[in-house]
Design a protein around this ligand. Structure first.
Ligand SMILES: [Zn+2]
Length: 70
């Protein structure tokens, strides 16, 4: 399984290349189109548990979307 994935930018929908492991380790990735940042840390005030649950759902979607791709 490749660790590199992409997430659609929540602001503009552009796919942002992310590395899952780096994201989980706290790295953030910026949208090349609008500059929005994607990170595991979540937004201020959001608990780690909530961010983690959201990421798990996101990851499931990514895995689903990634099926059939090399
Ligand atoms: Zn964007």
């Amino acid at each position: 399984m490749r660790l590199e994935q992409s997430i659609d930018c929540p602001d503009c929908g552009t796919p942002i290349a992310i590395e899952t492991r780096a994201l989980m380790e706290g790295a953030s990735f910026a949208c090349g189109t609008c500059g929005a940042e994607i990170s595991m840390a979540g937004r201020a005030g959001e608990s780690w548990g909530a961010a983690q649950a959201k990421f798990a759902a996101l990851k499931a979607d990514m895995l689903k979307a990634g099926e059939g791709e090399a």
